[in-house]
Design a protein around this ligand. Structure first.
Ligand code: C2E
Ligand code: CA
Ligand code: CA
Length: 618
């Protein structure tokens, strides 16, 4: 496939060729007048002017941004003829001058042919289909002219002309080779040999211009490998590179002929499909192709004795006339791809408007969240945790965000955004500090709690300053009273992290007296193995299980199993999301001894929590 650079390069040669014909052409008019062949020279110059006007029109109609592929090809065909005809015009003036006896005219004619060939060899070197015929069109008449003289000196001259033809072809060929190489490097990815981002965006823009003219559709697949970083980190970049190369081969084998694929960078690839008349058929084809790709890429790779497995997440967007910027569709495919990642990876999603609304909402949340802390918009609520008699024995800290523009945003929305943007570090520190402060106030005010649970997000836990931060807070708020009360709630998403690092951090914090609770237990990876590896003290049965207790026996069996397992592993259990007395009774009868949920109390602002506690203890 020819790149944009190729056409732009040729495009730039048009005015040069026109100038190199119109200006010296005046000289030929003058020489024609001197040698009494003004009329033929004038007719020739007229032809040059007409040809130049055509060239100028070709120059003006070229627009690499808006032309479709078909338009560009038809433009190129015309351009080829334009150059050939120009060369023929120079042959014509040569033939005109050598017909006369005057030696002066012969010198001029010979120089003309040589000069024009040199121009053709240098200006048209980027295109073999142009410079080869042009040099031959110009030099063959000259060689024949020498031969036809019939004298021995002329045979030598004709041999010289042959040599010059060869030299011109050779140098133009070498230049062409270098240009092609530079073009290849500028448009391809060196590791995999696929097209690169730069080329792809150019190409996609062309495809979109064609779709605009024909009202068709095509699809865009954005493919990202899942956890590729782990392979790079654990086995090194060389193995990672080899995997990318093998994976690319498989990808290219699976792709239909009419698709164009590129590596966007890292482990991200992009594919644009053929043209479809029907939108539905287009998206169905894209989904089927994606599924095929995913299952094919998932098969084992053997790289230097390592059996490697990798899955992929693919986002699909349908390209149509509705947007005229290539990046717009890439962004859509990107949104769909992130949706796959958020839903456990290894799958395919088609972009839809609901996704884009959510992304827009998240962008708004993101921009407003930056000011949430300085504007004091984040507050903490405390939800009571009770024992079997209903006595408050603990609290969970829950963050609340109230913004004047978008109102109150639920934490699972803004915590996610904060995690993605890294803002969670600052936000988490603020929550920790405020929570510690509250706990100290409560300790001082004689509010006796057994435990005080704070949610810690994974990014926060694995941040390099986290342990020091907690140690500093513990030192600042006299840790004596608080020690042993603080529980950090983490989720099963820790298992997606470097587990040995997480375990090390947890051990350091445990040395400071912090306990750990596994939040949302049963909703994530749920591997028994990690119950052994992670130093946790407590599990929280997720509210979805608690809420489902009354629905059927299967759900009950599930909860009972979790409780039995906790007993075996000697873990405390908190049931969260308890909303009815029946749920509480069922849980209690199977050995659960801590409860949290709307049945007892919603999460409360600090003062209301204190009032709730005092009310119970008075
Ligand atoms: P979570 O840790 O599972 O928190 C419990 C959620 O369940 C809270 O929602 C709470 O209001 C809700 N809940 C409690 N009892 C009941 C009940 O009986 N029925 C029902 N339907 N829901 C109940 P909330 O406050 O919206 O928090 C949602 C999630 O946001 C939390 O889930 C937690 O993952 C995250 N989150 C909240 N605050 C923080 C925080 O300070 N830091 C971090 N990292 N995450 C937080
Ligand atoms: Ca929690
Ligand atoms: Ca939970």
């Amino acid at each position: 496939m020819t790149s944009n650079r190729f056409y732009t390069f040729l495009h730039r040669q048009i005015p040069i060729i026109i100038l190199l014909s119109l200006l010296p052409g005046l000289g030929y008019l003058f020489l024609g007048w001197l040698n009494h062949i003004f009329i033929p020279a004038f007719v020739w110059y007229l032809l040059v002017v007409i040809e130049s006007a055509w060239g100028y029109r070709l120059y003006r109609t070229f627009d690499s941004d808006t032309m479709s592929e078909n338009q560009r090809e038809s433009w190129y065909r015309q351009l080829t003829w334009f150059f050939y005809i120009f060369m023929l015009l120079w042959v014509l003036i040569f033939l005109l001058y050598v017909r006369h006896d005057s030696q002066k005219l012969h010198y001029i004619a010979i120089f003309t042919e040589i000069g024009a060939s040199v121009v053709a060899a240098s200006l048209l070197a980027s295109d073999r289909r142009l410079f080869k015929p042009s040099i031959l069109i110009l030099m063959i008449p000259l060689i024949s002219y020498f031969l036809l003289i019939g004298a021995s000196y002329a045979y030598v001259l004709s041999a010289f002309a042959c040599t010059l033809t060869w030299v011109l072809l050779y140098t133009a060929n070498s230049t062409n080779h270098l240009l092609m190489q530079a073009d290849y490097q500028a448009t391809h990815d060196m590791l995999t040999g696929m097209y690169n981002r730069h080329f792809f965006i150019d190409h996609l823009q062309k495809r979109m211009n064609s779709l605009r003219d024909n009202a068709g559709f095509t699809y865009l697949l954005l493919l990202d490998l899942d956890h590729f970083k782990n392979i790079n980190d654990s086995l090194g970049h060389d193995i990672g590179d080899l995997l990318l190369q093998q994976m690319t081969l498989r990808l290219e084998q699976q792709l239909p002929k009419d698709t164009v694929a590129a590596r966007l960078g890292g482990d991200e690839f992009i594919v644009v499909g053929g043209t479809f008349e029907d939108r539905e058929i287009c998206s169905q084809t894209a989904i089927q192709l994606s599924k095929r790709l995913i299952s094919n890429l998932k098969e084992a790779y053997l790289i230097e004795q390592h059996h490697l497995y990798i899955s992929a997440s693919i986002g699909v967007s349908v390209v149509s006339r509705r947007c005229d910027n290539a990046n717009c569709f890439i962004k859509e495919a990107d949104i769909a791809m992130y949706e796959v990642k958020a839903n456990g990876r290894n799958g395919v999603f088609l972009f839809n408007d609901e996704m884009s609304d959510r992304v827009e909402k998240n962008i708004e949340i993101e921009s407003l969240l930056h000011f949430a802390l300085p504007n004091h918009e984040i507050t903490l609520h405390y939800q009571p945790q009770v024992d079997s008699t209903g006595k408050v024995i603990g609290a969970e800290v829950l963050a609340r965000w109230n913004n004047h523009k978008i109102g109150s945003v639920p934490p699972d929305k803004f915590i996610d955004v904060a995690e993605q943007t890294g803002l969670i570090i600052e936000l988490g520190n603020h929550i920790l500090e405020t929570a510690f402060q509250t706990l100290q106030e409560w300790c001082d005010a004689g509010i006796e709690l057994q435990q005080f649970a704070i949610n810690i997000s994974m990014r926060q836990l694995t941040h390099h300053t986290f342990v020091e931060q907690v140690e500093a807070l513990l030192r600042h708020y006299h840790s004596g009273k608080m020690c042993g009360k603080i529980v950090f709630e983490i989720t099963e998403s820790v298992l997606a992290e470097d587990i040995s690092r997480v375990v090390a951090v947890m051990h350091r914090l445990k040395e400071c007296g912090i306990r750990f609770s596994m939040d949302d237990f049963g909703t994530g990876y749920s591997s028994l193995n990690y119950l052994n590896r992670l130093p946790i003290d407590e599990i929280k049965i997720d509210r979805t299980f608690v809420g489902a207790i009354e629905q059927n026996e299967q759900n009950q069996a599930m909860v009972v199993t979790i409780l039995k397992m906790a007993k075996i592993f000697k873990l405390r259990v908190v049931a969260e999301g308890v909303e009815t007395a029946e749920q509480r009774d069922f849980l209690f009868s199977h050995g659960c001894n801590m409860f949290q949920g709307f049945y007892f109390s919603r999460s409360l602002p600090k003062e209301q929590f204190v009032a709730f506690y005092r009310n119970q203890h008075s």
